[in-house]
Design a protein around this ligand. Structure first.
Ligand code: SAH
Length: 349
């Protein structure tokens, strides 16, 4: 029996070439690494014992040197509308949440990118949890893999879409989110098409420029909520150092490279952004690059400081935007009864 190395490394932090080198150093064939890689990613193995096409000695060797920091779905809740929320336990005991959203045509996975969030948007429950740490690529990947399994198990349908709209700000965990996406879209991973994937951001201008330079192939959504600097700053502190003008410039650059419509997410609140001037400002912002607008329903997060605006206000926005050629959808919340809707993820369970 091999003794355990003092500190075992997270095997999914190794590149394939590093794993090949490990096997060569231990007198084995480099192709062993491919077999292990397939277990780790494509087959989502949770421990080395599952790797039944490897000899017992090889499994013991791996176990002595490495850990698999697989996530564990700790609790699963289902909403009356079919939405499933997973509270996911990480290897260090921290919890994040991810959501499966079924509709007639799609099954969407909504995944977290950080434990907590540093952005302090005033209307968001996740903002009340301080940011604890970034998720690793494998922890992001595992959330998608778990929802893909649930989709097949409970709905007998494949997972069709992935949105980074869970906890955290994906562009503040850029490298890990990109590494996760690389694996999610790889034929050696989940083989999902990049065009089925949307990264949602509070709108960090310099990171949008970086994404454009990196020529990413997924879609971009920006949580806008106001196209007036004073209003936006009052509800989203990020706007103080990252103004709408900078955001607009970054989006122009993004569009010059990606050539695909951006989606603006926008909640209309009573007394905050429900006036014609607010809608006019949004229309002006929408002319910067081709876009569509999702008017999303507000999900109250307790103290009542924010209230969803009237249907009239929503229709006012929709008429103005649509009559100027901008596709505008009014989106109802899903999974509200289990706190699984946008902005409600706060580890209540
Ligand atoms: N940090 C990223 C992704 C997480 S938030 C971002 O800001 O885009 C996912 C979406 O939910 C964002 O559009 C966010 O603005 C919105 N949201 C946050 N709190 C909400 C609430 N209480 N009701 C409705 N939408 C909310």
């Amino acid at each position: 029996m091999l003794t355990e190395a003092p500190s075992r490394r997270d095997i999914r932090k190794l590149k394939l070439a590093e794993l090949q080198q490990f096997f060569v150093e231990h007198g084995d064939k480099p192709f062993r690494a491919q077999q292990v890689h397939e277990w780790l990613w494509k087959k989502s193995a949770k421990d080395f014992e599952q790797m039944t096409n490897l000899s017992l000695t090889t499994r013991e060797l791996l176990n002595a040197h490495f850990t698999i920091n697989h996530i564990l779905v700790d609790t699963m809740q289902q909403s009356a509308d079919g939405t499933i929320k997973n509270a996911v336990k990480l290897h260090d005991g921290l919890i994040v949440e991810s959501v499966l959203i079924p509709t007639e045509k799609r099954i969407t996975a909504c995944v977290s990118s950080q434990v907590g969030c540093s952005l302090a948007c005033k209307f968001c429950a996740t903002a009340r949890l301080k940011r604890m740490r970034n998720l690793n690529p494998d922890e992001i990947y595992d959330q998608v893999a778990a929802i893909k399994q649930q989709s097949e198990l409970f709905f007998s349908r494949p997972l069709t879409n992935i949105v980074f709209m869970g906890m955290g700000e994906p562009l503040l965990n850029y490298n890990n989110v990109m590494a996760a996406i690389e694996k999610i879209t790889s034929p050696h991973g989940l083989n999902m098409a990049a065009k089925r994937l949307t990264v949602s951001t509070v709108g960090i201008a310099k990171m949008i420029v970086k994404m454009a330079d990196d020529e990413v192939k997924f879609n971009l959504a920006v949580s806008l909520h106001s196209a007036l600097n004073a209003t936006r700053s009052s509800i989203m502190p990020i706007n103080d150092t990252n103004s709408l003008e900078e955001l607009g410039e970054a989006l122009k650059y993004w569009y010059s490279k990606r050539k695909k419509k951006v989606t603006y997410e926008y909640v209309v609140w009573e007394g905050i952004n429900d006036k014609a001037t607010d809608a006019q400002a949004l229309l002006k912002f929408c002319k910067i690059i081709p876009c569509k607008v999702n008017l999303i329903e507000y999900n109250p997060i307790d103290d009542g400081e924010f209230r969803q605006a009237s249907d009239d206000a929503l229709l006012m926005y929709q008429h103005l935007l649509e009559s100027n050629g901008i596709t505008t959808r009014i989106r109802k919340s899903r999974g509200k009864d289990i706190d699984a809707a946008c902005g409600q993820l706060a580890n209540k369970t």
